[in-house]
Design a protein around this ligand. Structure first.
Ligand SMILES: O=C(O)CCC(=O)C(=O)O
Length: 495
C-alpha cells in the first residue's frame, strides 16, 4: 500500500509542475498586473512570481541604511533574535551543548544509527558509553531587547568569529582534548508579530504609498501582519510553510527562496521534536562594542594563568546539572524513536534537590543530575562555554511541547548523508525546488502553504546587511486547503 501511495505522490508532484508550475518563477513588471491578472494568473493558481517596479516610490528604498534606521529608532528597545549559529526555528543537533556523561541514557531523541547529515558536533561521540547519535531539538532563538544601534554593533562584532581569532589563545580542557571557545552569537531582526507596525511604527511612512491598491482587492482585506527583517548571510530560515499569502519586499541585499509547492510536503521528511529555546547564560546579555573581543581575550589569558582544569570542569558541571535535568523533564508527547530511553532517564534522574533548576522554574519535575555533576566526571560542554560566565544553553519549553518540523537542508555540507536521510527530497527523478532570487526593489509573491527555505546575501555595495519587509495576508481556507490536508495526512502516514 505505501509503495503505491508513494508512487501516487510522486505523480502528483511531477504533474503539478508539468501542468502549471514549470521550473522557473516568472518575473514581471508591476505595470503588467492588475487585480484580475494577478488573481487569475497567480493567487488563484497558488503560483509564485517576482514583481519588479512595485516599490519604486517607497522612500525606504533609498533612505534606509544603518545610520538612518538607528537615528530614527533612537533609544527605543526592539526585539532581536539571537542564536549560536544563525538558525532560529529549526531542528538542531544540540549534542555538543549537552553533557554526555551526565545525560547518558536520558537523552530525548538520540538515534545512534543515524548520523545527522548537518551535524558538526562529534565531541560526544568520543566519550565511551554515551550516545553516539545526534540529539535533535526544535530550537527557537533567544529573544533579546536592544536598541537598533546595539543590534548593528552585535551584527558586526559577532562576525569576527571569535572561535577563529581567539581559539589559539584559549585554554583547552585536557580531559576531553576539546578547546572551549567563546560562544558565537548571530543576531537577526525577524520578530514576526507584525514587528513593523508594533515595534518599528516610526518607519511606516517610509513604505508609502504601500503595495498597489489592487493587491488588497485580491486578498480581500489589509495585511494581517507587516514584518521587518534585518540580518546577514549567517541567518538562514529553515524549510517551513505559513498559512498566509506573503508579499515579500527586499530593500537591500538579496534573498534566495528555495521553494516547494504544497503538494510536495511529503518530500520534506517532517520530524517531531521536543521544543526548546537558546539561552545565552551569563556575561553577554547585552551586545558589546568592539572592545569586547579584546577584553575577552585578556580575560581568557588571565584565566589560563591561574586555571586548574579540574576546577574549570567543576564549574561547567554546576551549570550543566540543570541541562542534564532538562533531559528528563517530561516529553510525554515526544514522538522520537528514542522515547523509551528518554523515559527511563526520567526515572533515573529524578531530583535529589532542585538546585539545578534555576532556568527551568516552570517545570516542576525539573531536576539536576545529582552528585555526578560535581565529581569531576563531566568532560566538556561542546562549543558552549569559555569562561564560566557565558555559554549557550538549551532551555526546554513546556514539558509536553513537541513540534513537527522539516529537517531538510537543500544544499547540505554532506550530500551523501543527506541523500541517504532524505531520499524523497533528493530523488533525481523528482522535480527540483523552484528558486526565487529576490533583489533590492523586488517583491516576491509567495503563495500560502508553499514550503520555503530562505538564505540571504549582502549584495548591496556599502551595506553589510540585508533589509526586507513582508506583508502577510490571511489565506482563503478553500477546497485547495482541503486537498492539501489530504496530502499532508498521506505524507505523515508514509513516515
Ligand atoms: O526572510 C526570512 O529569513 C524568512 C522569511 C519567511 O519565512 C517568511 O516571510 O515567511
Amino acid at each position: 500500500m505505501s509503495l503505491q501511495m508513494l508512487e501516487s505522490l510522486r505523480k502528483l508532484s511531477s504533474e503539478v509542475r508539468e501542468i502549471d508550475l514549470g521550473s522557473k518563477i516568472r518575473r514581471l513588471h508591476v505595470s503588467e498586473l492588475d487585480a484580475l491578472t494577478f488573481s487569475r494568473d497567480f493567487v488563484s493558481r497558488n503560483k509564485p512570481c517576482i514583481i519588479t517596479g512595485a516599490l519604486d516610490a517607497w522612500p525606504a528604498l533609498h533612505l534606509w541604511d544603518e545610520s538612518y534606521l538607528c537615528s530614527r529608532a533612537g533609544d527605543k528597545k526592539v526585539t532581536m533574535d539571537v542564536t549560536p549559529d544563525g538558525r532560529g526555528d529549526t531542528i538542531t543537533d544540540v549534542s555538543g551543548y549537552l553533557d554526555p556523561v551526565n545525560c547518558a541514557g536520558r537523552l530525548p531523541s538520540t538515534d545512534a544509527d543515524a548520523a545527522d547529515p548537518e551535524s558538526t558536533s562529534s565531541a560526544h561521540q568520543s566519550v565511551s558509553g554515551t550516545p553516539k547519535g545526534p540529539i535533535r531539538y526544535f530550537m527557537t532563538p533567544e529573544e533579546r531587547k536592544s536598541t537598533l544601534s546595539q543590534f548593528f554593533t552585535l551584527l558586526r562584532t559577532s562576525r569576527h568569529k571569535p572561535e577563529d581569532e581567539v581559539a589559539e589563545e584559549l585554554p583547552t580542557c585536557i580531559s576531553s582534548g576539546v578547546a572551549e571557545r567563546p560562544p558565537q552569537q548571530v543576531p537577526y531582526i525577524q520578530h514576526q508579530n507584525s514587528s513593523l507596525t508594533e515595534e518599528f511604527s516610526f518607519l511606516a511612512l517610509d513604505l508609502q504609498p504601500g503595495l498597489p491598491a489592487w493587491m488588497e482587492e485580491v486578498f480581500g482585506e489589509p495585511p494581517d501582519a507587516v514584518n521587518l527583517w534585518i540580518g546577514d548571510e549567517r541567518s538562514i530560515t529553515s524549510f517551513h510553510k505559513d498559512h498566509y499569502e506573503n508579499m515579500y519586499a527586499v530593500l537591500c541585499g538579496t534573498k534566495r527562496f528555495t521553494l516547494l509547492p504544497p503538494c510536495d510536503v511529503w518530500r520534506l521528511h517532517a520530524q517531531q521534536c521536543p521544543a526548546a529555546q537558546w539561552v545565552l547564560e551569563g556575561g553577554h546579555q547585552q551586545p558589546r562594542d568592539t572592545a569586547y573581543l579584546s577584553n575577552r581575550l585578556a580575560a581568557a589569558k588571565e584565566r589560563e594563568e591561574g586555571m586548574q582544569c579540574g576546577l574549570y570542569e567543576q564549574e561547567q558541571c554546576v551549570n550543566q546539572r540543570s541541562l542534564a535535568g532538562s533531559c528528563c523533564t517530561g516529553h510525554q508527547g515526544d514522538a522520537d524513536t528514542s522515547a523509551g530511553g528518554a523515559s527511563e532517564g526520567r526515572e533515573a534522574c529524578m531530583p535529589a534537590d532542585t538546585t539545578g533548576c534555576r532556568n527551568f522554574g516552570e517545570h516542576s519535575s525539573c531536576s539536576q543530575s545529582g552528585p555526578a555533576g560535581l565529581n569531576g566526571s563531566c568532560s566538556q560542554s561542546g562549543p558552549a562555554g569559555l569562561n564560566g560566565n557565558s555559554r549557550w544553553r538549551v532551555r526546554l519549553k513546556e514539558s509536553s511541547e513537541t513540534v513537527s518540523w522539516c529537517p531538510v537542508e537543500p544544499r547540505p555540507r554532506n550530500i551523501l548523508a543527506a541523500k541517504a536521510h532524505y531520499p524523497q527530497f533528493f530523488d533525481p527523478g523528482l522535480p527540483e525546488p523552484l528558486i526565487a532570487e529576490v533583489g533590492p526593489g523586488e517583491l516576491l509573491y509567495l503563495p500560502s502553504l508553499w514550503h520555503h527555505f530562505v538564505e540571504q546575501e549582502t549584495t548591496t555595495p556599502g551595506k553589510d546587511y540585508v533589509l526586507a519587509v513582508n506583508f502577510w495576508y490571511d489565506m482563503q481556507f478553500d477546497s485547495k486547503w482541503a486537498y492539501y490536508q489530504l496530502v499532508e495526512q498521506l505524507s505523515a502516514s508514509l513516515s
